[in-house]
Write a protein that binds this ligand. Sequence first.
Ligand SMILES: Cc1ncc(COP(=O)(O)O)c(C=O)c1O
Length: 388
Amino acid sequence: MRGWAGEPALGGSYTEAEVEAVVEALRESMDPRIGFRAKEREVVFEDAFATYTGARFAVAYNGAGTALDMVLRCLDLAPGDEVMSGALNFVGTHVSVLGQGGRLVLAEVDPDTLNLDAADVGRRSSARTRAVLVTHMNGLPADLDALTRAVSAGADRLPGTPVLVVDAARACGAIDGAGPVGASAWATVFSFQSKKLMTTLGEGGMVTTDDAALAGRLRRLRSFGKNTEWGSNYKMTKLQAAVGLVQLGRLDAMNDRRIALARRRNQLLADVPELTLPPERAGRGHLYYRYVLLVPADWAGVRRDAVIWRLAQEHGIGSVIADPPTYWTHPGIRAHLGGSPSFPVAELTARRMLCPALHPLMSDDDNRLIARAIRESVQHVATTTRAR
Ligand SMILES: Cc1ncc(COP(=O)(O)O)c(C=O)c1O
């Protein structure tokens, strides 16, 4: 079984329905009076996405990165204004804060869920905190109520209540307790990039919000400011919107398959004492965008790397580390944080983590073989290498 040697390049799957949607949109564009104008299909996709998430507005973008940039732009951050975010994160999420002139303040993560630690958010919030940028890490929604309580607990220190900006790039279709992800924060950003849970031909994004003023400004910003302010061209194409509509209709089925595979894998690995399996949280469904395993703390680093190496070399199964602290990999973020940031919980978790491939198109047999390979690799490392 050599089919999952690297991280899958496609997060979901395409069917003939997506092919037909592309062909139909392309054929209609051959009429010079219609062309590639995206507007109509974009509106249909946005409306369907808003209905799916329960948000009042959905605004399509050409990617989640640009969407995050523009949501943060709408905060009109002044020098010294702070945006708080979890230390384990996607690099681009933190880069977007720097890009909008904000001061990035990191907080620790919960080592089980990899999501922001609400108590640490409370401790680190200040009079300058304008937003908490919450990433639903790897498909498990963070507890937004706890985070809201944590920042409001220090509200007497704050001139205005900080808003929640959710990065749900990896959690499209998840439930966060109150309802679908996308319905309850000031703004929620989704990605439809190739590896994501649903995809729109490689790139694409969406923002949901209940705030009419925010939705209106996001529409202007993606379209050269609509003669009222600065803007650029961040629009989704017509073909992406056509495919997005089909993918949205198939999203729950793709996610359900991913969940079923992850739960089955959890059962198959439940008796491997060295492994901490991905957690489930009541009321907050895990989509397993990444299947995250943790090795024991005294395996952190070298022995975890040995497991990844054995899985790849001996069994042909690729793993990723999703994600280490962003200041380890991005020198600009490290410098912004003063050169030697230290988040011990996040750093230890990053050294214990491995995410072996999981994909909705895997067969049950593939999944069984992968579980067996993980078990063998862990046992091999346990018997052939020494703990620190
Ligand atoms: C958590 C997270 N945020 C943001 C992004 C950026 O999304 P995009 O590639 O659509 O710009 C990604 C992935 O690409 C991501 O994983």
